[in-house]
Design a protein around this ligand. Structure first.
Ligand SMILES: C[S@@+](CC[C@H](N)C(=O)[O-])C[C@H]1O[C@@H](n2cnc3c(N)ncnc32)[C@H](O)[C@@H]1O
Length: 446
């Protein structure tokens, strides 16, 4: 066991490799600039990287896409024996990790991002949590042992308590590895195919459809015929049905939440009323937006088609959803090939599509990201005559949705639509930026 006094912290990753008898030892305090930094406070540093050193996460570690430091808690213990724990106040079985010992360990970790204590008392870990963590700069994880950690240190540092499920393990090392794996695989370039993170279980709030491979017949059981049909529409439909059925059966909680989203009006007067509701709920930031909102409401009430039916200009006024990632005062803009402007990602609402679903779809198509809405309603509205040849000109009525983004990462954007994509501070927009961005910034007080 490696809980002897005076252990070296174990660093892993690109800078963690050096020639020695034990190449993964000895590299304390190695941080890779720009890499997602994971620090783990544990009584068992030898447990790391464990399975994280294998396959895609291991390769990403070696490539320096993330870094891992395992800090031995024992080093921060009390007295000659470096005690880290003591008996529970009020009596009872077991031992509790001392707050002063953890204080010293946290000071040594000094990592970026949130501090998380793995505990069965925590909030259940979810894919959404993994996604949020992966968009930060790193995280510090505390692996408990014995009866857990003195509550005062959790309260004092605002430590997040996270559980891996309704069961009790001996220590926090396995939960920490699970959390790290789920998070690190969402970092850009870790998965070979970015689509796999979009398509798998939970990404759309549903469990995944069953998977099959060769041989076509095994033990008398056949691969479902539709999967060999080559008919991609039929395959997608079959997979969606399977995904719905398995989610409804196994996870009624997920199914209920998904249905609530899916029952957004999809067509006819109900959809028009929903669009009107979104537009009417926007609080105008200036006189221009108030006038544009009034025009948009009159347009909706006139009963004309709201969605683009035919490119480029039918009808002459068309509904658009922007999905604008923001991080503090920074916004992610794309150099739009057609418009010659730096535009927020987004696009035209399809007939029979709710604008919020358009924002979600455009986010997947243009940024290959799952939309993480700051608010599920648009915050800004613009009425803009497009540039270009007279026969292509039309009015875009744009609903601006704001997404939570991470200014340290530029997503794997759709290069057919954009020639470049960058983060800009709202106070320093380029001259070719979407002309309404200045008013958007003023409305947000940036
Ligand atoms: C034996 S458990 C302590 C259980 C604690 N007395 C309780 O009843 O909540 C020891 C350590 O294992 C880790 N652990 C055990 N089960 C876990 C789970 N389901 N999720 C996250 N961490 C867990 C925690 O770090 C915990 O402090």
């Amino acid at each position: 066991m490696s809980d002897e006094p005076g252990e070296k912290s174990r660093s892993h990753g690109r800078l963690g490799v050096r020639l020695s008898v034990k190449p993964r030892d000895l590299m304390a305090d190695a941080t890779i600039k720009g890499a997602f930094a994971v620090k783990v406070i544990t009584l068992f540093p030898d447990a790391f990287p464990g399975t994280l050193g294998l396959s895609l996460t291991g390769k990403a570690l070696d490539l320096g896409l993330w870094s891992l430091d395992a800090l031995p808690l024992r080093n921060f213990g009390e007295g000659k024996h470096r005690n880290v724990d003591d008996t529970p106040a009020g009596g009872g079985a077991g031992m509790v990790i001392r707050p002063d010992v953890m204080e010293r360990a946290l000071a040594a970790a000094a990592g970026p991002g949130p501090v998380i204590f793995l505990t069965p008392r925590g909030k259940p870990f979810t894919q959404a949590m993994a996604r949020r963590l992966s968009q930060g700069e790193g995280m510090t994880l505390i692996c408990g042992r014995f009866e857990g950690l003195d509550q005062r240190v959790i309260d004092h540092y605002g430590i997040e308590e996270v559980s891996m499920g309704d069961f009790v393990l001996t220590g926090g090392e396995i939960p920490a590895q699970a959390l790290i794996d789920a998070t690190v695989r969402l970092l850009p370039r870790v998965l070979g195919n970015a689509d796999s993170a979009i398509e798998e279980s939970f990404s759309d709030g549903l469990l995944e459809h069953p998977q099959y491979t060769r041989p076509a017949v095994w033990q008398g059981r056949e691969v479902p015929a539709v999967l060999s049909s080559g008919n991609h529409v039929a395959i997608a439909k079959w997979r969606a049905e399977q995904s719905h059925a398995v989610t409804a059966e196994r996870r009624p909680d997920l199914w209920e939440a998904w249905q609530a989203r899916a029952t957004r009006p999809q067509k006819g007067p109900a959809l028009r009323r929903a669009v009107r509701g979104l537009v009417a709920a926007i609080v105008p930031g200036d006189a221009v937006e108030a006038a544009d909102q009034a025009r948009a409401l009159a347009w909706i009430d006139s009963g004309v088609e709201l969605a683009r039916v035919r490119k480029p200009a039918t009808p002459g006024v068309q509904l658009v959803s922007y999905c604008l990632p923001m991080d503090g005062s920074r916004v992610l803009l794309g150099a739009h090939r057609g418009a010659g402007l730096w535009l927020p990602p987004g696009g035209h609402v399809e007939p029979a599509e709710h604008p919020t679903d358009t924002a979600r779809r455009e986010c997947r198509e243009e940024l290959r990201l799952l939309a993480d809405f700051a608010t599920e309603a648009p915050v800004f509205l613009t009425w803009t005559l497009t540039q270009g040849a007279p026969e292509t000109r039309h009015v875009d009525v744009s609903l601006w949705y704001v997404l939570r983004g991470n200014a340290r990462q530029v997503p794997d954007y759709d290069a057919t639509e954009f020639s470049d994509m960058r983060w800009f501070d709202l106070a320093e927009l380029p001259p070719e930026a979407e002309p309404n961005l200045g008013r958007f910034a003023a409305k947000l007080g940036r």
